[in-house]
Design a protein around this ligand. Structure first.
Ligand SMILES: Nc1nc2c(ncn2[C@@H]2O[C@H](COP(=O)(O)OP(=O)(O)OP(=O)(O)O)[C@@H](O)[C@H]2O)c(=O)[nH]1
Ligand SMILES: [Mg+2]
Length: 205
């Protein structure tokens, strides 16, 4: 009985830690973004772009923003690595999908990878933030132009937004984090994940 109360107490009062998955095809700028997030929001100085290599495993970054703890999971986007993404879906509160907005030749690949992510049932209700990255390059499409190109269907049931960013100079990163925190706090999926964690705690203690 005590453990049930303990589980409930923890559910009510523990500060939520949000898990945010950073997805996108290879070279879209996910790891560069993660390092920029660390530089802007934590005491850890993120790696400079010239020290970042293509991701094969998992990079993790922890930050605090708006009095909330965020844990970012950055995975590799090369075609052979994308099958790993779904192993993280169940535990994710939200998804960031990064697109190189300066490279139209890879938009089709991004669109189909994103559509596959959205179809997966383990991600139902997860807020989605689509980033039009590399805005520091003159040829980059704006967030609105990218949205028009992607023309995603079946987004209505989930909270989503587009943001123009540059992982190099930090443009749009604060707006992105603010949107994510608010969307996750309001999300039914967060309630579901919290309840599940509370239940797991009460069973294990
Ligand atoms: N100009 C510009 N280049 C960027 C930006 N973000 C990333 N890049 C460059 O894009 C390339 C790929 O960046 P990564 O961060 O390694 O890309 P990734 O999405 O993590 O790639 P994978 O780990 O292979 O999936 C690198 O040469 C980066 O320096 C940006 O905002 N502007
Ligand atoms: Mg990477």
């Amino acid at each position: 009985m005590f453990s049930l109360f303990y589980g409930f107490w923890k559910y009510m009062f523990t500060k939520t830690e949000f898990h945010v998955l950073i997805l996108g095809i290879d070279k879209s700028g996910k790891t560069t973004l993660l390092e920029k997030l660390k530089s802007q929001y934590s005491n850890v100085e993120g790696l400079p772009p010239d020290r970042i290599v293509p991701t094969v495993g998992l990079n993790i970054g922890r930050i605090e923003a708006s009095n909330t703890k965020l844990v970012f999971w950055d995975l590799g986007g090369q075609p052979g690595l994308r099958s790993i993404w779904e192993k993280y879906y169940e535990e994710a509160h939200a998804v960031i999908f990064v697109i190189d907005a300066s490279l139209p030749s890879r938009f089709e690949d991004s669109k189909s990878a994103l559509e596959k992510v959205l179809r997966h049932e383990d991600l139902i209700g997860a807020p989605l933030l689509i980033l039009a990255n590399k805005q520091d390059l003159g040829e980059a499409l704006s967030a609105e132009e990218l949205a028009r190109y992607l023309d995603l269907k079946k987004l209505d049931e989930r909270a989503y937004s587009y943001e123009a960013v540059s992982a190099y100079d930090g443009l749009g990163i604060k707006e992105s984090v603010d949107w994510l925190v608010e969307a996750m706090e309001r999300s039914k999926r967060t309630e579901m994940l919290r309840a599940r964690a509370g239940l797991a705690n009460s069973v294990s203690s």
